[in-house]
Design a protein around this ligand. Sequence first.
Ligand code: AMP
Length: 211
Amino acid sequence: MNSKITLAISKGRILEDTVSLLERMGMAPVEDLNKTRKLLIDTEDPNVRVVVIRATDVPTYVQYGAADLGIAGKDTLMETQGEGIYELLDLGICKCKLMVAGRSELPDPGKRLKVATKYVRSAQQYFAQQGKQIEIIRLYGSMELAPLTGLADLIVDLVDTGNTLRANGLQPLEHIEDISSRLVANKASLKVRVGTLQNIVEQFRNAIEES
Ligand code: AMP
């Protein structure tokens, strides 16, 4: 076992906020993540290294213990079964909302609605709780296009400013969940490396309280 703690962080929109949080903690990656091709990188903290991976892979690395800790959006965590993962802290970064959106006209409630999303599990759960029968159409991006082209009646997607919806003539219709990034841990690591991990969690807590 590597003696360093491995922290899995997500590429993409969440990366910038994650790195500024790590900088405040004295745990900044020692290489510029926008330039380096390395994926396993030391940090200013000699006890911690980071792996930079796709957001959807973070729960997998943490679940199997390849990473002791991870930072992932609640949206991503809700899509995984989460076995072997413990959610420790709401980091309060990358806040947005998981929403149902569609055209201004509400679709005919009599028919089985088609819902395009990459958040298949969350959408299924949400509509099941509402007692609504829907057909899920799985997409991997540009969900906003689906109602415009007749592929789906509704979408389930993340909404931040609402600009993307507006630009495509769509409206937020129903709120499913408030989303933000969370610090998660591998359950076994939490037991085996409790002291070290508690210190790191405390550093995260202090950094988010300061901001
Ligand atoms: P906006 O136009 O600001 O409402 O942003 C909406 C677009 O950005 C959609 O394509 C979302 O999937 C994406 N998005 C918004 N917030 C987040 C976030 N916190 N993490 C990842 N993607 C996001």
